[in-house]
Design a binder for this molecule. Structure first.
Ligand code: PBG
Length: 353
């Protein structure tokens, strides 16, 4: 047998294992993994993943009024912001080095309807906020959801026929919603509705209208999750939602199906794909990143944020450390970035350290 690159083949054989290049590797005591962990400088040298402000997408909730800041009780330190305050938050994002904000509306209940037509109003909250933010901070990326749930009286992402969420009819509306959002300054369209075929339909419509550079970040593997509860409080759909979203969002039991979703979204013209929720679905992030190698994002959703914040506020967890550790978990799984309500706090932490 060839001599190992590490010296004694016998020693290597005794201690087992083989390296990536196929040569046996020595075990303990020749190998002591703690050597590389002994000091901050060694740990930094061998760190396999790093976190930067470029990895962050900051979701903002927008509401009516002026100088309004309404706390969301189930999401400590997260407020619904009137457009002027959303512009101020955007300025904070720019100064912190966060590349993108994602906008979600709290729509006046009187404007919610069976068909969610407020979603097509070019002067709705999301469009108004997009225009104001783009004007004040053209260098900041703006992402907008495409789905009807903040606008429908029944809280579903699509049009209803009895108890059925209509797929193809909904897509026609989503196309219009995407187009008015792009007209208002939105850079990234995020279809979060989980209708079949919506990514391709939106891509075609964008192209036909000359929006060749609009980025599509598909909510590719979006699961029917109970972790969205606090978000629905924030956008006011937890009280309106009738039933659940299991006929369009994915079953948490499935992972092969996420590969099929991703394949279709990429074929249909998605520039980036996303997995949601985040931490409970890191296996899906890793699987999609490995399979397709396209920009892959994770959404650390409202319920994940609420859990960490609640434990931190009770003194049960070190909030700052679990926040950063959770981001590292996403990076390790292969995420190119994370939508997270912790974004400004993470950026502050990174800018400090
Ligand atoms: C709407 C949408 C939801 C979230 C983002 N876009 C909720 C849902 O599908 O019910 C959840 C985000 C979060 O929980 O932080 N389609």
């Amino acid at each position: 047998m060839d001599k190992s690159v590490f010296g004694s083949t016998k020693h290597a054989q005794e201690t087992g294992g083989s390296s990536r290049i196929g040569s046996p590797v020595p075990g303990f005591p020749t190998t002591r993994l703690r050597r590389n962990r002994q000091a901050d400088w060694t740990r930094r040298m061998v760190a396999e993943n790093t976190l930067s402000t470029n990895d962050l997408i900051w979701p903002l909730f927008v509401c009516d009024g002026e100088n309004v800041r309404t706390p969301v009780p189930s999401m400590p330190d997260v407020d619904r912001l009137s457009v002027d305050n959303a512009v101020a938050a955007a300025e904070r994002a720019v100064s912190l080095g966060i590349p993108v904000v994602a906008l979600f509306p709290y729509t006046d209940p009187d404007l919610r309807s069976e068909d969610g037509r407020e979603g097509l109003n070019p002067d709705n909250l999301v469009c108004t906020a997009s225009r104001a933010i783009k004007q004040a901070h053209p260098e900041l990326g703006i992402m907008c959801d495409v789905a009807l749930d903040p606008y429908t009286s029944h809280g579903h992402d699509g049009l209803l026929d009895g108890e059925t969420i209509l797929n193809d009819e909904t897509i026609e509306v989503l196309i219009e919603q995407a187009l008015i959002q792009v007209d208002a300054g939105c850079d990234i369209i995020g279809p979060s509705d989980m209708m079949d075929g919506r990514v391709g339909a939106i891509r075609t419509a964008l192209d036909e209208n000359g929006h060749l550079n609009t980025v599509l970040m598909a909510y590719t593997a979006k699961y029917a999750s109970a972790f969205y509860g606090p978000f629905r409080d924030a956008v006011g759909s937890s009280t309106t939602l009738i039933g659940d979203k299991r006929t369009y969002q994915m079953n948490p039991a499935n992972s092969d199906e996420a590969l099929r979703e991703a394949m279709l979204d990429i074929q249909e013209g998605a520039d980036m794909i996303m997995v949601k929720p985040g931490m409970p679905y890191l296996d899906i992030v890793a699987k999609l990143k490995q399979a397709f190698g396209v920009p892959t994002f994770a959404y650390q959703v409202s319920g994940e944020y609420a859990m960490l914040m609640a434990a931190a506020q009770n003194g049960w967890l070190d909030g700052e450390r679990v926040m950063i550790e959770s981001m590292m978990a996403f990076k390790r799984a292969g995420a190119d970035g994370v939508l997270t309500y912790f974004a400004p706090r993470i950026a502050e932490h990174l800018n400090r350290t």
